[in-house]
Design a protein around this ligand. Structure first.
Ligand code: NAD
Length: 509
């Protein structure tokens, strides 16, 4: 059973895809895969609309975009319905997407005038000049998104790119296209210039066409495998890009951790969104002296989680069948190499959809796939370690570096360990959080990505920091201009000797 599968091609000859709800397997809808020509036409329309938008003041752009907020609050149930229909996730998790989108819209719209304001910098050496830095829009930004948070991960970069004065063409995942269309519906309500924001639907071929379409930036969120292809294409075309990719986030539990809080955090961090969060906790290193007590708590709390498709439950289905197969492969590999399944470890037989039981594994080691590759599902392997040094060494023994979490009652120690973890971000005594903490820059190191989104720097990354140097005094010539002479050379040498060769020169430069 495929949740996204080919549908019969209409007389137009254009390929179509059909979607099913991953929780109930009920048929949802069909959509047409947009071609390379469609994508190019969308980018062309966006290009025409962009100058009028870029001419507005940043505050005005923010004022227009925030008109969407009352509608998002008012129609939150409708928005949640669409997200739940195509992901099957629990309503609180779908609402968290809408909530996160509202927060991002208000946060950036309010602060964008400051974050994107021209800055004047004193010049440390060329005192006769003035430097202005102006954050200029890039043009058309292509945004390509995955299926795990289909609304929020599409909405947030879109509004940041728009606030920075760009036009946007969004390509949502083929697994969750209607949450992408939802972004369009929300923004249609604020009456943007025609063509300024468009959604193109389709699969990887549509995404690849967007990368090749002549946009001025690609903001990609998805797997390492696709990220590599996108990065290669952007490199070939000299298009700036950010890649927000997968992770294998470690959790380090120190002997002095609050075990009750840590166990609750482990269970939430591993199983929310059925483990399909880029910053899900995917492996735990717990020091020997508290390992039994911690593991016992985690197993009990995990076994108490409810799965379902409606009503009250905590853990929804896998959203994409291929991901379910990866989960099964990782658990089978761990079992074959001696890991013990403490709870879960199979598809949930009580539901027709893509449900995998929340699973805790112990007796794992670093050769197992479940400890080195992104699982992206409801599986939590727990490894007992001698001490915090071993935990840190193993946490860093990974090709990924997206997020991590550290648990200790000693906050200084927590911060010290956090700084030693090789990852884009770290949370102490909490989990995930980073993407939702709007102020925080977010992005991975190692294979987890290139560049960052969110926060002040993330918003600015949708613009080009244009340097404007202005001469202040209008002298007829400059010392460094022609003609050259021996005298001028000697003077420059004296300047070098004084500025960088004396303590006073270094102090003043
Ligand atoms: P994916 O890479 O399969 O697909 C992501 C998007 O890329 C989809 O829209 C897809 O249609 C498109 N695409 C596919 N081939 C393409 C190509 N050749 N050129 C351009 N676009 C192409 O990822 P997925 O399975 O949808 O998402 C899950 C992955 O996303 C996980 O690895 C997860 O960790 C990662 N993720 C990362 C973050 C983050 O912020 N770091 C956030 C969420 C998800």
């Amino acid at each position: 059973m495929a949740i996204v599968e080919p549908a019969s091609t209409e007389a137009s000859g254009r390929p179509r895809l059909r979607l099913r709800n991953p929780a109930t397997l009920e048929l949802l809808d069909e959509f047409e895969v947009q071609s390379e020509a469609d994508v190019r036409a969308a980018v062309e329309r966006a290009r025409k609309a962009q100058p009028e938008w870029a001419a507005l003041k940043v505050a005005e752009r923010g004022r227009i975009l925030t008109r969407a907020l009352p509608m998002m609050v008012e129609r939150q149930e409708d928005l949640v319905d669409v997200i739940v229909r195509e992901t099957g996730k629990p309503r609180p998790e779908a609402l968290a997407e809408v909530l996160g989108a509202c927060d991002a819209l208000q946060f950036y719209a309010k602060r964008a005038p400051k974050f994107l304001a021209d800055r004047t910098m004193p010049m440390h050496l060329l005192r006769t000049k003035k430097l202005r830095i102006a954050y200029r829009p890039l043009g058309v930004v292509g945004i390509i998104t995955p299926w795990n948070f289909p609304f929020m991960l599409a909405f947030n970069p879109t509004i940041q790119a728009l606030l920075a004065g760009n036009a946007v063409v969004l390509k949502p995942s083929e697994v969750t296209p209607f949450s992408g269309v939802l972004v369009q519906e929300v923004l249609r309500s604020v009456r943007l210039p025609d063509g300024l924001f468009q959604v193109v639907l389709g699969d990887g071929s549509t995404g690849a066409a967007l990368v090749e379409s002549g946009v001025q930036k690609i903001c990609f969120t998805g797997s390492v495998r696709t990220g590599r292809k996108v990065g290669e294409a952007c490199g070939r075309n000299l298009v700036p890009f950010t890649l927000e990719l997968g992770g294998k986030d470690p959790m380090i539990v120190c002997a002095d951790a609050d075990l009750e809080r840590a166990a609750n955090g482990a269970v939430y961090g591993a199983f929310s969104n059925a483990g399909q969060v880029c910053v899900s906790t995917e492996r735990v290193y717990v020091v020997d002296e508290v390992a039994d007590a911690f593991t016992q708590k985690v197993v009990e709390k995990t076994a108490a989680l409810r799965q379902g498709a409606e009503g009250e439950f905590e853990v929804g289905p896998m959203i994409w069948p291929s991901q379910l197969e990866i989960v099964e492969r990782h658990v089978a590999d761990a079992k074959a190499r001696g890991a013990e399944v403490r709870t879960g470890g199979r598809r949930n037989p009580d539901h027709p959809g893509l449900f995998y039981e929340p699973t805790v594994l112990t007796g794992v080691d670093h050769d197992m796939t479940v400890m080195c590759e992104e699982t992206f599902g409801p599986v939590l392997p727990i490894m007992r370690v001698r001490d915090e040094d071993e935990a840190l060494r193993l946490a860093n023994d990974s090709r990924y570096g997206l997020n991590a979490n550290v648990w200790t009652r000693d906050r200084r120690k927590g911060e010290r360990i956090a700084k030693a973890v090789q990852s884009g971000s770290v949370v102490v005594n909490d989990c995930m959080l980073t993407y939702g903490a709007t102020e925080s820059p977010f992005g991975g190191v190692k294979d987890s990505g290139i560049g960052q989104v969110n926060g002040e720097a993330g918003l600015r990354s949708f613009s080009h920091a244009q340097s404007i140097i202005i001469d202040r005094f209008g002298a007829k010539t400059e010392f460094l201009w022609y003609p050259y002479s021996v005298k001028k050379l000697a003077w420059l040498q004296r300047v070098m000797r004084w500025v960088w060769g004396t303590p006073l020169g270094r102090l003043l430069s």
